[in-house]
Design a protein around this ligand. Structure first.
Ligand code: 2P0
Length: 325
């Protein structure tokens, strides 16, 4: 009863930022992402009669505490689905994602765990079923079931059965690149989970954010359909700025941006003024991701590497969905 799965992280172009149900992880709006080939997690789940509890090793180290509880609670969902509630597992994960610095390691992490766990215990899930399961580990992870562009449909039902991601376009459809600009390896002060909750509960800007989503979603889907890079980039950048604006209105207010974050944002806008179509997006951390086209790769990379305070630039293409090894 053993399976290994590999999942890639994804970057949201239309952000998920808020829950209507904390326990089931049901979002307040649809989101849309691009799966990346550069950052991934490989996880093996091995269910064993002889075990009396789950054992979770991340990059070769035993994990305890809150991170362990999140994993074992998630495996409970898989055990309950399969009816095999008395089985425990050895879980081994290798993470090729810099953790907790604005890169969604939980996205590739829970997608790989869900896929490997479900397969190991003998569940035969469709992609939407796997996405729905994955969502309950970490919201953004439900989009990593698919390669290329994916949309997480928020759904309407209280039980969450209609809240899962669907594919929008496979990775081969369009060669869009993403540069992950690394500024700082320090852990962020407000987790995305806590940050979105505080924003929903206290930010007067939150209703404006929600009202603006349908237009952004429609626009970006047209942009993807027409392979209109300027349109996709401009909507992504604007959507990111709106998401981050909601945090400034929260109580207490907060921001994920550092001084170098702003420097990178300005540099990207300057590149555009100089004729290079490049657009930024930022998640719940200080790092910046820059969207660009293959023909501009060398100039974009060089420009980003020369910004004071930038420690690394990692280039990525669109990535695949779940694979089993
Ligand atoms: C996203 N983020 O759409 C947004 C944009 C961060 C900013 O999804 O509580 O780790 O596990 O559902 O998925 C980060 O939040 O939160 C995130 P949980 P998650 O990618």
């Amino acid at each position: 009863m053993k399976a290994t799965a590999k999942a890639h992280t994804n970057i949201a172009l239309i952000k998920y930022w808020g829950k209507r149900d904390q326990a089931l992880i049901l979002p307040t709006n649809n989101s849309l992402s691009l799966t990346l080939d550069g950052f991934y997690t490989t996880t093996t789940v091995d269910f064993h009669d002889a075990l009396t509890q789950d054992v979770f090793m991340l990059n070769g180290q035993a994990v305890t505490g809150e991170a362990y509880q999140r994993v074992t609670k998630f495996l409970d969902l898989i055990r309950n689905l399969s009816g095999k509630t008395d089985l425990y597992a050895n879980i081994g994960s290798i993470n090729e994602v810099p953790t907790a610095a604005g890169f969604a390691s939980s996205a590739s992490g829970f997608a790989a765990l869900a896929a490997a766990g479900a397969k190991a215990i003998g569940l035969n899930l469709s992609d939407p079923e796997l996405s729905r399961l994955t969502r309950q580990g970490s919201g953004s992870a439900c989009r990593s079931i698919y390669g290329g562009f994916a949309e997480w449909e928020m759904g309407e039902k209280e039980d969450g059965t209609d809240s899962y991601a669907v594919p929008i376009a496979p990775r081969e459809y369009w060669d869009i690149r993403v540069a992950a600009v690394v500024l700082s390896s320090t852990m962020k002060k407000v987790s995305s989970r806590a940050g979105m909750k505080r924003t929903v509960e206290t930010s007067p800007f939150y209703s404006g954010w929600i009202d603006s989503i349908p237009n952004d979603l429609n626009g970006i889907k047209v942009g993807i359909q027409e392979k209109d890079f300027e349109k996709v980039g401009a909507i992504s950048e604007a959507n990111c700025l709106k998401m981050h604006a909601t945090t400034l209105g929260a109580n207490p207010p907060f921001t994920y941006w550092h001084d170098t974050t702003l420097r990178v944002m300005h540099t990207v806008q300057e590149m555009r003024a100089n004729g290079i179509p490049a657009y930024f997006t930022i998640d719940a951390g200080p790092n910046v991701k820059v969207l660009y086209l293959p023909e501009d790769e060398a100039r974009v990379e060089e420009t980003l590497r020369n910004i004071a305070g930038v420690t690394d630039v990692r280039l990525s293409k669109a990535g695949p969905g779940i694979t089993y090894l």
